[in-house]
Write a protein that binds this ligand. Structure first.
Ligand SMILES: Nc1nc2c(c(=O)[nH]1)N[C@H]1C(S)=C(S)[C@@H](COP(=O)(O)OP(=O)(O)OC[C@H]3O[C@@H](n4cnc5c(N)ncnc54)[C@H](O)[C@@H]3O)O[C@H]1N2
Ligand code: MOO
Ligand SMILES: [Mg+2]
Length: 424
């Protein structure tokens, strides 16, 4: 085995993965099932909003001209000819001297050009008729939400490639999209390799550990918007691994394996890639953890050889698999957000490679502070439970001090808070 591997920078590795084509399949889903899917069609206003002039208040629809002479000492009296709630229309146009009692959301009757809120009007009955009075002049178009004032028919509102959030769903409903075209979720196969691996329901045995990577990675796949297909664990036996991987390639859009990518006697993935005739895009990255993360492609299908060490596996997924899944979903913004944050702890360990410390973000007095989520070692699993970000520490430095400004890669931006912080 060739033990020498030339590390490439993280950005170069990401570029190599993302420069490969990803197939984008389209499917139709019901609006009910569309939340968090990626739009495969533009959402265009099929009509204007609002579709008719409507009242923003409960009040009286009147013609402003009839209030021209209204004053405190000489209120104007108008005959209330009918009452309309939202969903109803006036039976006829209002004539001079008339008003319609109107509720929020109802269509403004013809002949009316403004709405006077109940609060500024008085009402009375006389000779079996209803009247309202108003003591101030109203302006033309006052308190009217005009047809098309929010958006006009034909306006492009949401572009394809956008994730369907609750607001997008509201638009789908508004414009009658009972079905919507979305990108099909790519199916991502997962094998966990390692003779030492036990199933979750097995008791610990000497020298063995439970397979945590498969469960972690399938959750990462789901979080990324793709469909995980867990294919089981594989002992470190070459023929079995080769067969399993080559068969799996027919069933999935992309394949993840965990473990067996380093230079050990039982690290078989490099040989599997070779026998498959796959092109290895890289097998060493100038990063910690996950330096041995390997990506290979055969006939345009990607195989991600993530490290067996849980923290390295986690980081390798988020840096290389996550954006490729977003590309397969044709998402307009395929990368995790990276922001500036303040380091909350000294991290003095020097490292030639760029480090992705599993961290947690705290929003302290409006500033983003990041703390390591636990022990910063590749083989560690416990810190991952508290990880919602990576603290990016560029390699080649002597270390970083509390208070230093650092880059922070956000994994799940909305973690909640213990405090109600709005200053109001
Ligand atoms: N001589 C060298 N040794 C190692 C190097 C090196 O450059 N030269 N690289 C080290 C680095 S860095 C890492 S990271 C690991 C990568 O190891 P592999 O990707 O080959 O993974 P394995 O050897 O299969 O396992 C490593 C470790 O992870 C545990 N593991 C594996 N699968 C799972 C799983 N599904 N769930 C939980 N834990 C798992 C496994 O038991 C090992 O402890 O190599 C270093 N060595
Ligand atoms: O690939 Mo290893 O986790 O860099 O430490
Ligand atoms: Mg190994």
């Amino acid at each position: 085995m060739n033990l020498h591997r030339e590390p490439i920078p993280v950005a170069e590795a990401v570029k190599r993965v993302l420069s490969l084509e990803a197939e984008n399949y389209i499917e139709k889903v019901k609006i009910e099932n569309s939340y968090d899917r990626i739009l495969a069609e533009d959402i265009v206003a099929t009509h204007s909003i609002p579709p008719f002039n409507k009242s923003p208040y409960d009040g009286f629809a009147i013609n402003s001209e009839s209030t021209n002479d209204a004053s405190k000492t000489s209120p104007v009296h108008l005959h209330v000819i009918e009452e309309i709630g939202a969903g109803h229309r006036a039976s006829r146009a209002i004539a001079p001297g008339e008003a319609v009692r109107i509720m929020t959301g109802a269509e403004i009757p013809e002949g009316a050009d403004c709405v006077a809120m109940f609060e500024i009007c008085q009402t009375y009955e006389a000779e079996d008729k209803s009247y309202m009075t108003i003591k101030r002049p109203m302006e033309k178009r006052q308190n009217i939400i005009e047809q098309g004032s929010e958006t006009k028919k034909g306006t492009l509102l949401v572009e394809k490639g956008t994730e369907i959030n609750p607001g997008v769903k509201a638009l789908l409903a508004t414009f009658g999209y009972s079905n919507v075209q979305v990108y099909r979720k790519p199916v991502v196969g997962v094998f966990a390799t390692g003779t030492e691996l036990l199933d979750v329901d097995q008791a610990l045995e000497p020298g063995k550990i439970r397979n945590s990577n498969a469960y972690m990675v399938t959750a990462q796949i789901e979080r990324s918007g793709a469909e995980p297909l867990y294919l089981g664990k594989l002992a470190d036996e070459f023929d079995r691994c080769y067969e399993a991987v080559s068969e799996a390639l027919n069933k999935v859009d992309m394949l993840i394996t965990t473990g067996g990518v380093s230079v050990g006697d039982y690290d078989l993935m490099p040989d599997v890639y070779e026998k498959l005739g796959a092109e290895v895009l890289f097998n060493k990255i100038a990063m910690r953890p996950g330096s041995v993360t390997t990506v290979a492609q055969v006939n345009g299908q990607l195989m991600f050889g993530l490290s067996g060490n849980p923290s390295a596996c986690y980081v390798g997924f988020e840096l290389y698999v996550y954006p490729y899944i977003q590309k397969s979903l044709n998402k307009t913004e395929p990368y995790h957000s990276i922001i500036e944050g303040i380091l909350g702890t000294d991290i003095m360990k020097p490292n030639p490679f760029t480090r992705f410390i599993r961290g947690s973000v705290a929003y302290e007095k409006g500033k983003v502070t990041v703390h390591p989520a636990g022990i910063d070692k590749s083989a560690v699993v416990t810190s991952l439970a508290h990880t919602n970000a990576f603290i990016i520490l560029k390699g080649g430095t002597r270390g970083y001090q509390k208070g230093d400004e650092v880059q922070v890669l956000l994994l799940s931006p909305n973690e909640g808070s213990q405090f109600f912080q709005i200053d109001a």
